[in-house]
Ligand binder design. Structure first.
Ligand code: AKG
Ligand code: FE2
Length: 226
């Protein structure tokens, strides 16, 4: 099979206006679920990369916290990750779509997003990620979270759903969405206000987790990514 080019992985007829319902939902309720947002050819290419990283032993246990307080804690999360380096056609095509979304979000919501970071994530059977926020309140940095799922023919009884809760993280009864991780689905939510968790999966579960960040530079120091 010839190596796909970036353009061959993009959908034709994709206009930025397709992001309008996403932005409306983010404003109204803080999250949006978009089945079949990405082309199957792009998702398959990304899945193949993630599986190759796993076969090559290039995934690393994910941690919690950033910078000096970054630590691996298997009671909180059990996925393995690989950060994008933007070198392959598939990564470039995905990053192009995120750049387009970033432009659209900035134009419509004036969010001042200036950077996007993302990694592949692989959850093995038994893997989970307990309820958390992607950004600490008051230290705004990660503003908008985007998860893309890469699992063809996901079965309803395999677990591994993403559960999104209301703003009060203590209230576990306030479930806003239970989302299955089907290939091509994009989930977008506000990083500071939507607690969420990944329920234990019974089947290997592959995704791309990413974040749009705003500049939180303090006294000239730019927050370190990751
Ligand atoms: O994979 C998912 O559904 C969400 C992952 C997540 O919450 C994270 O990586 O911060
Ligand atoms: Fe998260």
């Amino acid at each position: 099979m010839p190596t796909p080019t970036k353009d061959s992985l993009m959908n034709e007829n994709d206009t930025p206006e397709r992001y309008a319902p996403l932005v409306d939902a983010l404003v109204a309720r803080g999250w949006y679920q978009w089945p079949r947002a990405l082309s199957t050819s792009l998702c398959q290419a990304l899945l193949a990369e993630a599986e190759q990283h796993e076969a090559d032993g290039h995934l690393e246990p994910a941690g919690v916290g950033r910078g000096v307080i970054h630590q691996v804690n298997a009671t909180i999360r059990r996925d393995e990750i690989k950060w994008f380096d933007g070198r392959t056609a598939a990564q470039k095509a995905y990053l192009d779509q995120m750049a387009e979304l970033q432009t659209y979000l900035n134009r419509s919501l004036f969010l001042g997003l200036f950077e996007y970071e993302c990694h592949f994530a692989r959850y093995q059977p038994g893997g989970f990620y307990k309820k958390h926020l992607d950004s600490f309140r008051g230290r705004a940095s990660r503003m908008v979270s985007v998860v893309c799922y890469l699992n063809p023919e996901w079965q309803a009884d395999w677990g591994g759903e993403l559960v999104i809760y209301g703003e009060n993280a203590e209230d576990s009864g306030d479930i806003r969405a239970v989302i299955t991780p089907e290939m091509g689905k994009l989930v977008v939510f506000m990083s500071e206000s939507m607690p969420h968790e990944v329920l234990p999966t019974q089947h290997p579960r592959t995704s791309i987790a990413g974040w749009f960040r705003c500049n939180t530079s303090v006294t000239g120091k730019i927050d370190p990514p990751k």
